[in-house]
Design a protein around this ligand. Sequence first.
Ligand SMILES: C[S@@+](CC[C@H](N)C(=O)[O-])C[C@H]1O[C@@H](n2cnc3c(N)ncnc32)[C@H](O)[C@@H]1O
Length: 236
Amino acid sequence: MREEKVLAVREFTRWSESYDRSILQWLLFGPSHRAMIRRIRQTMGDRPFRLLDIGCGTGVFAALVRRELPRAEVWGVDLVGGMLTKGQARWREHRSSVLPVQGDSENLPFDSCVFDVVTCANSFHHYPRQDRAVREMGRVLKPGGRLLLVDGYRDSLWGWFIYDVCVATVEGSVHHASARRFMDLVGGAGLGLAAQTVHHNLAPFLLNEGVAGAGMPEPHFRRSRTTTAHDSSARD
Ligand SMILES: C[S@@+](CC[C@H](N)C(=O)[O-])C[C@H]1O[C@@H](n2cnc3c(N)ncnc32)[C@H](O)[C@@H]1O
């Protein structure tokens, strides 16, 4: 296993104990989860759909999906057994429609073209081969399926300080991609970039949206770039 992944396993095995009580649930994870739920509701409407949450951790987002979007069938995948184990009560509560699996984002243990929605929240900066992970996300999506990928927004001065200085110092070998880099990764994986939305909270985050099989756009396909505040510049 590559060094970055060994570090991620060590970090999250240790953090799993207190993860659900972390202040980041309030500062970053909760707001980013709610932003994804809003977008999924807007794009999926009342249809039943199958969702894969990559880097699902203790299942906080999976449980929220089930509460807010009861027609969803949810799969979660995470590299770290300790995080999945810590979410046991959630997996049990939603066992009829939520299935956790241990696996690596860069080599997803799923067939191709099986999910309508793929989500990945606050996990992407841990992946050493981000290009491979996005290709995997595209592979498991059905044509027309949606990718929602959230990670810390590091293109503003404040974001750079939080993620590239503070988080990188605490977590070690992590890489928060710029908005420009996300564009390239999503395009390089053969997905259409539908939108990028910057959320300028205390812990700012960037929601990237992709569409699989962008050669055959769905009616809701939007090719746009949206920011909620002044700073839309992207730095690598
Ligand atoms: C900060 S937590 C985010 C958890 C959850 N997505 C959320 O928003 O609350 C990052 C998660 O990514 C997982 N992770 C790290 N590297 C991974 C990889 N290569 N494949 C799958 N999961 C990974 C970690 O184990 C951890 O559970």
